[in-house]
Design a protein around this ligand. Sequence first.
Ligand SMILES: Cc1ncc(COP(=O)(O)O)c(C=O)c1O
Length: 436
Amino acid sequence: MITTMKHSEEILERRKRFVPNAIGIFNPSTAVSAKGSIITDADGKEMIDFAGGIGVVNAGHCPVPVVEAIAKQAATMIHCSFNVASYDLYMQLAEKLATLLPHGPQTKVMLTNAGAESVENAIKIARQATGRQAIICYSSAFHGRTMMAMTLTSKVGYKLGCGPFAPEVYRIPFPEYYRYGNGLNLDEFSDIHLRELEEFFHTHVPAEQVAAIIMEPVQGEGGFHVVPKKYLQGLRAICDRYGILLILDEVQSGFGRTGKWAAYQHYDVTPDISTWAKSMGSGMPIGAVIGKAHIMDACKPSTIGGTYPGNPVCCAAALATINYMEQINLNALGEKLGMMVRERFNRMKNKFSAIGDVRGLGAMMAFELVKNKDPFQPDAELCKKLISYCAANGLIVINAGVNGNVIRILSPLVIEENLLNKGLDIIEEGLNMLTK
Ligand SMILES: Cc1ncc(COP(=O)(O)O)c(C=O)c1O
């Protein structure tokens, strides 16, 4: 009998031959086209997308106004470099972002190509603005794969053999309640962590030498840990007390994912600087650093910028994306989706002892798989099997967490209710089968 290879298998074979193995395969699926919340694979099979290109297509795959804006701008001017000739699209986008996300009486915006680049620049800006060098970051943090961003990243598996890393970076424990809550309420738990930070200034690095503290309000790759409100508010107060800048990394949590433009808007806290990318451009490579004007203007000429940042086609895509998000009230969709997923995950938690924790903010929802109901016995194996089961049954979903045992939802926020439920059914059937 002659067996023919499926197109998907061929693609994965070719990938093995020509692409370095180290570029991660988070999911065994392939893709040829995508629309809304469906990806069509190389064999013509339609897959429900719960990964959203790693949180990039909050407004859905290929929204019509975004596609049209890209095509129109590509026919007008693809590139000239903002350093060489100023074009209004850059300013339109900067103004839009500063208006939606004011960081103080006057806000300025620098555009970038990606999340890691936003983080790199936020650190350069913070150091120049304060004249200090030290940066504090968190356990389980993920800030990207360029050298400073990787230094700030916590998961050691992402960093093997890549050092030496950047100096003057200090790490403190993220207030991770599931593992370390110990029966305390969230406020008591936050107080302890804030006290430890004050102590850190005496034991590791003096506050007067710290330029910035960088945090994801909801950790993305780290496993969807949500910072407690009292902690973030306390952190803001500590930063103010010592002249330290607060940088909030919203690359994964931004643009409707938590039901607001920024996750920090849930906290009544405003950062000095924030970093953005992913869903801002519906998949076009664009990001931003937003900050208080006097901080952003503290940089010396030519210390920030580049050839491509704020490329006209990407600007057009981002402007069209944000306008579309406003038009369909994406934040409300995110809030609603989050409630539906949380309710369903909580029901699954009651049914499957393998689910140790359900957590998230808005539609940034996840559950953690553990053995023996023990937070310290992560079940990465089950997580991997569940992802494969889902892929074989028409659902693309990816993991998170430093131990790879967290299932996270980053589906387009425009997903139809029947597709959402179908996807959640597949997860539940998978758990049924794999935990029998
Ligand atoms: C919070 C956060 N910051 C930064 C990054 C890096 O973004 P990029 O992959 O666009 O460089 C990511 C990517 O997942 C992220 O989740």
